[in-house]
Design a protein around this ligand. Structure first.
Ligand code: PEP
Ligand code: MN
Length: 356
């Protein structure tokens, strides 16, 4: 649509699309609204739309993914997390956050919620260092059925307490369509894990959710498969998807996974969705988390999701890749310095070599 198109103009185009038996996907941007069309069995005539008031142009999308593509929406998507601005939700104590804007989105916390004390201690420390969002799994997809599977509902209750006590927004994983409703009640962002990137029933379920979705790249997924997974979510009407690179499997044995940072500029070129980097699962080794975090920010990621544990050596999952709280503080200071160079911000103040 043209930047000056009215709400009625957008509405009229959507009605026209629906009257043809297709689905309309209006996606507002900072300057203008893009309207995607899906459900059409073949090409439709652009002229049908170009004559309507407020329409700037009608474009045939050449890619297999449609709604996630920059062809449909050229402007970067800003994903609002948490209560809407000015809402009375939570007594107004909780501030929302925008992923994909100038401030880097930093999500930090333990792999899994293990106890009230562990979660609250972790949350206080990552908040102090400048994180705005807290991560912690209550439902854990584990490679072994005998490994710790998470605290389930009790874990979600603990996350709700963390949210109340710290004001941090909550990112937590939903592992199947059946538990999604429960997780939605507690999460500000629904995480879909790497192992579930092609769980199509889960993708469709979170596509019908009102919560934003953090979609992790599958460990052997191509870029096209990754974007197609995101397309599942958008095609159901949830346009608030945050992508996340978390490493792919290669022959390398010096790390758990190979963090594919080259996917960041590739995604930026093809899609309007923001993308974060997970340097914890991406490397699997604590000593590599800070260096790869620096690189991720430098290469243009919209933020990080990092595992931090008050006592990594006693963690019930992923302790060997979890940062100590003071290491996370150092990470925040380092990326704050890099952010400044590339025109982005963080809630932490940069530390230079001279401060050491
Ligand atoms: C996690 O974030 O703890 C996790 C299980 O990540 P992934 O799905 O990327 O393995
Ligand atoms: Mn983990």
């Amino acid at each position: 649509m043209k930047p000056q198109a009215s709400v009625e103009d957008v509405q009229r185009v959507c009605e026209k699309i629906e009257s043809l038996g297709f689905r309309a996907h209006p996606m507002p941007g900072a300057q203008r609204t893009a309207i995607g069309v899906t459900g059409n069995p073949g090409p439709i005539e652009p002229a049908e739309f170009e004559s309507l008031p407020g329409v700037a142009e009608a474009i045939r999308v050449s890619k297999p993914y449609k709604l996630v593509s920059r062809e449909v929406k050229s402007e970067d998507s800003l994903i609002r997390v948490g209560p809407a601005e000015g809402s009375a939700n939570d007594g107004g104590a909780l501030a929302g956050f925008v992923v994909g804007g100038p401030e880097l989105a930093i999500i930090a916390g333990p792999c899994a919620v293990e106890s009230r004390e562990q979660a609250l201690t972790a949350a206080e420390s990552v908040k102090r260092a400048g994180a705005r969002l807290f991560r912690g799994g209550a439902f854990k997809p584990r490679t072994s059925p005998y490994s710790f599977q998470g605290l389930g509902k009790e874990g979600l209750e603990i996350l709700a307490e963390v949210r109340r006590a710290t004001g941090l927004l909550i990112v937590t994983e939903t592992v199947d369509p059946e538990n999604c409703e429960l997780v939605e009640e507690y999460a500000d962002v629904l995480q879909v894990g790497a192992r579930n990137m092609q769980n199509f029933s889960l993708l469709k379920r979170v596509g019908r959710s009102r919560r934003p979705v953090l979609l992790k790249r599958g460990m052997s997924a191509t870029l096209e498969e990754f974007l197609m997974a995101a397309e599942y979510v958008l095609s159901e009407g949830n346009y608030n998807v945050i992508l996340c690179e978390r490493g792919v499997r290669t022959f390398a044995d010096h790390t758990r996974n190979t963090l594919d940072l080259s996917v960041i500029p590739a995604v930026k070129r093809l899609s309007h969705l923001p993308i974060l980097v997970d340097p914890s699962h991406g490397t699997g080794r604590r000593d590599k988390v800070i260096p790869l975090s620096r690189a991720a920010i430098a290469v243009g990621a919209d933020g990080l999701i990092v595992e931090v544990h008050p006592q990594p050596d006693r963690a019930l999952s992923d302790g060997y890749q979890s940062l100590h709280p003071q290491e996370f503080e150092a990470l925040m200071a380092e990326i704050a310095a890099i952010a400044r160079v590339i025109g982005r911000t963080t809630a932490a103040s940069p530390r230079t070599m001279n401060d050491e």
